[in-house]
Design a protein around this ligand. Structure first.
Ligand code: NAP
Length: 270
C-alpha cells in the first residue's frame, strides 16, 4: 500500500504549521498518510488541484492567494459559498469547504463561550474576517466590524447582513467600541512577527471580556499580553489553527483527530 498524500497549496507556504499538525495526527492514529506544503503560484491553481486529484492525493488545504479562486473550479458547500472562500478540498469528490469560521467558533466553545446574543467586535475585514464574521452572526452574535479601510468594512457588513446583525465601521473611537463588546477578535495581521503593534491596549479592556487573536506568530501577541494584564480571557491563534485543521482532517478521512496531539505539536514547533 502506498501512503496517501495530503497537502496545503499556497504562496507563501513554507512556514505553514499545517504539515506539523496533520502529520502529528496521522502518526498518533497510525494512519499511513503524509502531509506536505506545496508552493503553487497564482496562475497555476487549476494544474495543481487537478494534478493532486489525478495523482490520487487524499485532500488539500488551500491558502493565500487561492482561497477565493478555487471556488470557481470545484463544487463548494453552502458555508464556503456564503463566506466566499474555500480552505479545504476533498479530492475524492472535488468538493470545497471552509473550516476557518467553525475553527474560530470551536475555539470559543472549547473555552466555555457561547456566542449567541454576545456583542463581538471583529478587527479587520480581510479573508479571515469573512469566515469569522459568518460563523459569529450565523450563531446569534451581533458583530461590529472595525477596519482600517472603512469602505471595506461597510461593504463586508452590507454583505454579511443577509446572515445576521452586522455593523461596519472604521478604526476611530475604538475605545468606545471595545467598551460595549463582550468578545474582541483580531483578524488583522497587526502584531504578526516581526511587527509588535496592537490595536487594543490594557486600559481599554476589562476582566469580563474575551480577547481572541488569530495571529499566532508570536504565540502571545502584544494584544494578548495587554488583555492578559487587564485580566481578560485570552485565546490565541494556535487554538484556532488546530481546530480548523481538525475539521479539515475529519472531512478528508472521516476520522476525528486527536486535538491535544495536534495542539501540542503546533505549540512545540513555535
Ligand atoms: P488579509 O485578507 O490580507 O486581511 C488583512 C486585514 O488586516 C485587513 O483587514 C487589513 O486592513 C488589516 N491590516 C493590515 N495591516 C494593518 C495595519 N497596519 N493596521 C490596521 N489594519 C491592518 O489577511 P487574512 O487572510 O484575513 O489574515 C489576517 C491574519 O489572520 C493573518 O495574520 C493570518 O495569519 C491570520 N489567520 C489566522 C488563522 C488561524 O487559524 N489562526 C486563520 C486565518 C488567518 P485594510 O483592509 O485596511 O487593508
Amino acid at each position: 500500500m502506498m501512503k496517501t498524500i495530503y497537502g496545503v497549496i499556497g504562496d507563501p507556504v513554507a512556514h505553514s504549521l499545517s504539515p506539523i499538525i496533520h502529520n502529528a495526527a496521522f502518526e498518533a492514529l497510525g494512519m499511513d498518510c503524509i502531509y506536505h506544503a506545496f508552493l503553487v503560484k497564482s496562475g497555476h491553481l487549476h494544474e495543481a488541484v487537478n494534478g493532486a486529484r489525478y495523482l490520487g492525493f487524499g485532500g488539500l488545504n488551500v491558502t493565500i492567494p487561492h482561497k477565493e479562486a478555487v471556488l470557481r473550479m470545484i463544487e463548494a458547500d453552502d458555508m464556503a459559498q456564503d463566506i466566499g472562500a474555500v480552505n479545504t478540498i476533498d479530492l475524492k469528490n472535488m468538493r470545497g469547504y471552509n473550516t476557518d469560521g467553525l475553527g474560530a467558533l470551536d475555539s470559543l466553545h472549547d473555552n466555555g463561550i457561547d456566542v449567541a446574543n454576545k456583542r463581538v467586535l471583529v478587527l479587520g475585514a480581510g479573508g479571515a474576517a469573512r469566515a469569522v464574521i459568518y460563523a459569529m452572526v450565523t450563531n446569534g452574535a451581533a458583530v461590529t466590524i472595525a477596519n482600517r479601510t472603512e469602505e471595506k468594512s461597510a461593504d463586508l457588513a452590507a454583505y454579511m447582513r443577509s446572515f445576521g446583525t452586522v455593523f461596519g465601521t472604521g478604526l476611530d473611537e475604538l475605545r468606545k467600541k471595545v467598551e460595549i463588546s463582550d468578545i474582541i477578535i483580531n483578524t488583522t495581521s497587526v502584531g504578526m512577527h516581526p511587527n509588535t503593534d496592537t490595536l487594543i491596549t490594557r486600559d481599554m479592556l476589562r476582566s469580563d471580556q474575551v480577547v481572541f487573536d488569530l495571529v499566532y506568530r508570536p504565540l502571545e501577541t502584544q494584544m494578548l499580553k495587554e488583555a492578559r494584564s487587564a485580566g481578560a480571557m485570552v485565546i490565541d491563534g494556535i487554538t484556532m489553527l488546530v481546530r480548523q485543521g481538525a475539521r479539515s482532517f475529519k472531512i478528508w478521512t472521516g476520522v476525528e483527530p486527536p486535538l491535544d496531539v495536534m495542539e501540542r505539536s503546533a505549540r512545540n514547533a513555535l
